[in-house]
Structures are given as C-alpha cells and as structure tokens.
Design a protein around this ligand. Sequence first.
Ligand code: G4P
Length: 531
Amino acid sequence: MPDYSKEINRRRTFAIISHPDAGKTTLTEKFLLYGGAINLAGSVKGKATARHAVSDWMEIEKERGISVTSSVLQFEYDGFCINILDTPGHQDFSEDTYRTLMAADSAVMVIDGSKGVEAQTRKLFKVCVMRKIPIFTFINKMDRDAMDTFDLLDDIEKELGIATCPINWPIGSGKGFKGVYDRESASIICYSDTEKGTKEGKSVTVPVSDEALLRETIGDEAADKLLEEIELLDGAGADFDLETVRAGELTPVCFGSALTNFGVEIFLQHFLNMATTPLPRKSDAGVIDPVKEGFSAFVFKIQANMNKAHRDRVAFMRICSGRYDANDEVRHVQGGRVMRLSQPQQIMADERKILEEAYAGDIIGVFDPGIFSIGDTVCAPSLNFRYEGIPTFAPEHFARVRQMDTMKRKQFVKGIEQIAQEGAIQIFQELHSGMEEIIVGVVGVLQFDVLKYRLENEYNVEIRLENLPYEHIRWVEHPETVDMEKLSGTSDMKKVVDMKGNPLLLFINPWSVGMTLERNPGLELSEFGRG
Ligand code: G4P
C-alpha cells in the first residue's frame, strides 16, 4: 500500500466549542486569515470583510437550498492542513452539534474572559470528556474588563472538572490590557491594538528577568502585579504534561483578543504543537490505524434539505484512515454494497469544490440519495468492518405529538420515522403503547419547529405538539437484566422505549434519578444511548 503518512500526519482536525457570543466566529476568521484562506484588503474593515466572505458562501448555500451552516472549513498553516468543524450555537443547537464532536480529534474551547464558563460550553464539554479528546482553551476578549485570572481558571476547574495549565498569562485587561506573559520563554509579549484586523501586530518581547525594562514597558503597577502572579502561578499551577493534555485531563490555556488580533497566532502555534494527528478509531475489527489501513470513513452528520423543491441530502463523513480517491469505488458496509460516492465535495471557507482526493482527518460531504444513516461505515472494497456507533445524546425538551388528521396515519408514521432516522429528533413510545402515543425529544427547541415544518411541507401532515415537563433522560444499561415492569421509580418518572426498543426513563426532577437508583439496587443508568 502506498505510504500516505506524510499527508495524514500533517492534518489536525478540531471542533470549536463555546457559548454564543464568546467569539468563536471571530477566532475562526482570524485562523483563516493567518492561513491565507481569507484575504483582507485594508486593515480596519478586517472583521467585516472576513465575515462577508463567509456569509457570501452561505447565501449560495441558501440559493441552492442546501444547509445554512458553514459546517467545515479547511486551511493550510505552516505546513499543517487544518480542518475546523463548527458546532452551531444559538437556537440551531441540536444533536448535530454533539455529533460534530464525534468527528474531531480535539476541541478548542473559547471562553469570554468577562463571563467564565457558560451553559452551552458546559454541555458540549461533557461530550469531549466522554471522548477523552484534548481540549485547548482560548480566553477571549481580554481587551474588555475580564474576571480575575485565577478566578477564571478556578471556574474552569470547578465547573468542568478539568485541570488547567496556563501557557501564557494576561497582563491586565480592558483598557489596562498590556499583553501576555509567555511562561516558556519567561518574557512578555506586548499588546497594541493599532493593527486591528490585519495580521497579528508586531509584538515587542521583553524578558521578565530584565526588571527595569519590564517596568519601563508596562509600568510599575502592572509589573508588580505580574511578578507577584508569576510567583503564585509557578508555585500553585498544575505542571504541564503533554500526555495528560492528550488524554483530555489537562487543558492548556491561552489569553487574547480575537477581535483585535492579539494572542490568536500564539494560540494557534501552541495548539498545532500539542494537538494530535488523526486518531485511531475503534471498529468491530479492532482499532483502525489511520496510516496503516486503507480508506475508511464514517458518517457523522446528515443534512436534509428544508426546501421542498430539492429533497436532496448531504452526508458528512469523517475519513479515519488512508486516502480517498474520487475515482475509486467504496464499500458502504451497512448498505451491503460497493459503489462510487456521488458528488464528493470538500467544503472550504468560501467555496465548495468537487474533490478528487482526501486523507484521514479530512471531512467530505457527499450527495446522499437516502441510503446513509448516521454512524455508517464506508471503506475500500477490500475492507469490511464497522466503526463503533455514534451515541444518542440526551434530549432536554420533550413533547407529545398529536396528529390533526387521523386519516393520514401512514404518512405521519413514515414522516416522523424518517426525520428521526436523519437524527434531527428522537422519538419514544410509552412502554407497550406502540406508535399510538409518540413522544418526541430534542436537544434544542428549534428542532420542534423543524419537525412541524417538515411534516407539513414534505409529508402533508399537520401536527400539534404538547410540551411535556421532562428534562432528564436516562438509558437503562444492560436492559436484558432489568424487569422494566417491576422497576420502581419516583412519581415524576415515565418509562418509555426508543426506536430501537431500548428502555429509558424520563424524569422531571434531577434528584429523582438518584432516588430511582437507590430504590433499584444494581440498576445502571446512562446519559448517552448506544449508537
Ligand atoms: P460567536 O461566534 O461565539 O457567537 O461570537 P462572535 O465571534 O460572533 O462574537 C460575538 C461578539 O463579540 C461580536 O460583536 C464580536 O465582534 C465580539 N468579539 C469577538 N471577539 C472579541 C474580542 O476579542 N474583544 C471584543 N471586545 N469583542 C470581541 P457584535 O457586536 O455582536 O458583532 P459585530 O457587530 O461586531 O459583528
């Protein structure tokens, strides 16, 4: 087999997670800027120009009636080929957001320095922990008044339960932001916002050992505070250890301001040095090595069209091993056939280009005539194995679905099952009730509207949704050993089954989960369903 190690080993594939408004888009744009994927003319309009480039592409997407998100971006930087996976925030937050994390080898967590850890970050972080992937933290908006640095790190450690290791340390914040102290070189890198929007400003580097120069550069007050903080930090902080970082137990932290272009390139360089090459993945034939094995990939996301006129779907695949060649046939393992992928494309910052080849670590989108499901494996025809399934993530909002016209039962069942298969919603039935009583669960409430809209437009079925108060869902582990009838829970508990027949419990109150576990010795409950 040809050796593709050079191409594969220069790839880094990561997802960006953050709470809306922390600066994920701005940071992504700056990454693209350094990689030359976006060219900026002039300096002041930097951000607007960059955003324009991305949104233009989104307009094209809309016209073509495909999705509305820039899901994957690829760019080159310093010999690396970098794939960024976007995890949509705001109201389009859905199970897809979680699934995207299954396709990444590491995560970049963006935190607003004035806010600390926020809700959305907490949710996405759980998935990173489950996957044990490395997490790199960028504390943004240091040009605005930020929380105390020690408090910020404490917040991450307490809220997320991960140790932190500052790579650099901010000198002041807001109007008093002077730059960062780089721990490795024991020098400060000064901030100037005069070069907003262009490449990272020319930085002045001063070693802290030259105390006179340090005081002259940042002033006595900032110098005193910094020297004191360095002493505290060196005495108290966790030691840096690459293995612990790669195991997802320690997060390196950098500070900066994406908007004014400070600290972004420093962060990117540290990140690239520490992040892993495409990781091996588990399959039913053992662990698959990205370099030694032929082509293989798995489907992590299917984007169906919201537009009635074009019912096409795009399946997004993460290549896990080898090289993909658009001329070659592939085996769709779950579909049991060998075929050629239709219109394979790579999604770039501002264009979609038909792709000829791609390597382990890359993401490709292919036209899906309705044959792929989330979690499916595609590989070279000479191979035949299945990657571990993608877990089902816990929905947080539930509603009972009522059909308005009972004569259209068949379309209704077909439609709702199809939409559930695409992974936009999850459907449950009460124990023994069959399809008479359908409960739908979603990760983000927008999915309720999507369901209603699609059933009406694509299946001509009108429904009414009646919200249910459940917020906590648990899959019953080892269901073959549990008698669901006899299981005694709390008064707010509901027993249901998912589409695959797995039993689950729904609760209104979080403490009911613990109570139910107490009342049923040996019972094990999980927040993730088996894929
Ligand atoms: P998101 O993708 O995480 O939702 O955040 P986004 O990058 O869109 O940033 C949210 C807001 O925060 C934007 O302002 C952006 O300009 C601002 N921002 C991002 N990074 C920084 C930073 O380092 N410092 C400061 N001071 N602000 C930052 P907006 O007013 O909502 O948008 P716009 O009008 O600038 O487009």
